[in-house]
Design a protein around this ligand. Structure first.
Ligand code: MTE
Ligand code: MO
Length: 390
């Protein structure tokens, strides 16, 4: 009775921007051309990647929408959109990145299972909504609680969309209660994206945004929140989005040996060039994005114009070209930074980018070392080739 309806087919899909590169039509999975990502610090909604596992849900009457909060709580509650909008509104600039970003490049090492993505299964948006920590207080769960009064330790987010992986059931995921009740983790129940009401593709009327964590945990079309003792047992937590070593294959995989992936690692990508480029000798300018998970800002981005032998430090910028300032107000905490570097090139070569976060984590040099059968978290040095034509 959430007021959200899940179509069983794809006849009620929303309109989409024609320049999106479609990786799968049904369910709809698409990303913008990489050059579009560096046009602005905040990614426009219509160009923001769309990652779905089933048909897009429908809201027939927003007045009838209810979010239920239940499970290990003393007083389960149903709240309306008006109730949520009445809570203090919080704005968070956060980058959402699919764990499958750059999967296509990983599959070139050895086949992986999953939707192919180039480098744009990522976007930076300004999310507006209520803090999950405030919402949980409504059911008697205190700020910074790691256990609810009835013994809950995880917060499960349940949608309504019908996913074949869930055998027709809804998409779901969970995060630890301690993260959910921590105001500083800034987990949102978002109803706005870039100052507009969420659109259907991105979770209208309400979605979770878990900053610094792989996109898979930011459940769209939120229908209920369950306070549970153990983490969510859904497909996308237990049999997907886990990081395995390169030795694990589909014959010997034991899903129970690994934890669900949460924070994403440090990442950077050159967006102003394609994988292969013909250029004239002379100055080459590269632009791209860099981001890390878990609230770790970007310390440095290195760019090589000779295949990784020597490096120059890129300049970073945020917000309409303003210079990047690493400060303690958290301006770069959850959002990406854009970077720029230039050099003169006379020979065909590889241009490479690698980022370092504030914990000094650095991207791995080669994709082979992090190859995994699901093709997640390809954060290897990003390489593009330039062919100099004299
Ligand atoms: N929520 C629901 N209900 N259904 C989904 O298929 N996909 C997840 C997450 N939330 C998904 C979902 C994944 S894997 C990602 S990467 C993000 O949503 C993508 O969010 P976006 O489509 O707004 O970019
Ligand atoms: Mo994802």
């Amino acid at each position: 009775m959430s007021g959200l309806r899940a179509p069983s087919d794809y006849s009620a899909e929303p309109p989409r921007h024609p320049s999106l590169l479609v990786n799968s039509q049904e369910p709809f999975n698409a990303e913008p051309p990489r050059a579009a990502l560096i046009e602005s610090y905040v990614t426009p909604v219509d160009l923001f990647y769309k990652r779905n596992h089933g048909p897009i849900p429908v809201v027939d009457d927003i007045e009838r929408y209810r979010l239920s909060i239940c499970g290990l709580v003393e007083k389960p509650l149903e709240i309306s959109m008006a109730d949520i909008v009445n809570l203090p509104k919080h704005i968070v600039t956060a980058t959402l990145q699919c764990a499958g970003n750059r999967r296509t490049a990983m599959s070139k090492v050895k086949t992986v299972k999953g939707v192919g993505w180039d480098v744009s299964a990522i976007g930076n948006a300004v999310w507006g909504g209520a803090k999950l920590a405030d919402v949980l207080q409504l059911v008697g769960i205190a700020k910074l609680a790691s256990v609810s009064p009835l013994g809950g330790k995880h917060v499960e987010f349940v949608s309504v969309d019908m996913c074949k992986e869930e055998k027709g059931g809804p998409y779901k995921a969970s995060i630890p209660l301690i993260q959910a009740t921590n105001s500083d983790a800034e987990v949102l129940l978002a109803y706005e994206m870039n100052g507009e009401p969420l659109n259907r593709d991105h979770g209208y009327p309400l979605r979770v945004v878990v900053p610094g964590v792989i996109g898979a945990r930011s459940v769209k079309w939120l229908s209920s929140i369950n306070i549970i003792e153990n983490e969510c047992q859904g497909f996308f937590m237990q049999r997907d989005y886990k990081m395995f070593p390169p030795t694990v294959n589909w014959e010997n995989i034991d899903w129970s040996t690994r934890r669900p992936q949460m924070d994403f690692p440090v990442q950077s990508v050159i967006c102003s060039l394609e994988e292969e480029n013909a250029v004239k000798p002379g100055k080459v300018v590269v632009h791209g994005y860099a981001v890390s998970g878990g609230g770790r800002g970007i310390e440095r981005v290195d760019v090589s114009f000779d295949g990784g032998k020597t490096w120059v430090e890129a300049t970073r910028y945020q917000k309409s070209g303003a210079p990047y300032v690493a400060d303690d107000t958290g301006s770069d905490k959850w959002g990406w930074v854009l970077f720029k570097a230039e050099a003169s090139v006379s020979r065909s070569t590889e241009i490479v980018a690698k980022a370092i976060d504030i914990a000094a984590n650095v991207q791995p040099e080669n994709v082979d070392a992090i190859w995994n059968l699901r093709g997640i978290l390809n954060t290897s040095w990003h390489r593009v080739r330039i062919h100099v034509e004299h």
